[in-house]
Design a protein around this ligand. Sequence first.
Ligand code: ITT
Length: 191
Amino acid sequence: MKDLVFATHNAHKLEELRAILKDFNILGLNDINCHEEIVEDADTLDGNAKIKANFVTDNFHIDCFADDTGLEVDALDGAPGVYSARYAGEGCSYQDNVNKLLEALKGIENRKARFRTVIALNLNGKQYLFEGKVEGVITKEQHGEKGFGYDPIFLPDGFDQTFAEMPMEVKNKISHRGRATQKLIEFLMSL
Ligand code: ITT
């Protein structure tokens, strides 16, 4: 099985990707002894995905891919977007972010939102980008214990369970990261 490095420190994202990319041996940053915090200071998802992938390629001289994900809420003009990880402040928890978003949407009826993921792949000296998104709404209360991040308050269109109530296999079939990863797989298989 071919090794492929996924440039993330996020154990949840690694677990999801391993379940999708079954034909590859997916290594996380800890597996290649990269323990530094990569500064994601771009103001777009594409920019941050490239920063993470390039950090690994430049410092470890290996092919790899990285993703950056944002939750875009229409009533908040696309916030938290690229700032989703630290929406409630530097060092905040997933729960802090969920609380802040529920508070920001209090009394607002338009709860439309989408998760968007951009994957940057560095392969044989070239860079490729893949995007995936899923439309849905932000619920008024939290539901479910699975997943991570904003999953307990994201209800994808056409479903009656939040991402945090769904088995991971179901989330992966329809999610932003799942869809972007399918494009990555199709590309890798076409080589
Ligand atoms: P790495 O940069 O190490 O990959 P991260 O946690 O910073 O990990 P992202 O920048 O891609 O990951 O994601 C930003 C935030 O968006 C993340 O901290 C979560 O709060 C949220 N998020 C990302 N993917 C999610 C998902 O599938 N479900 C729910 N929330 C998600």
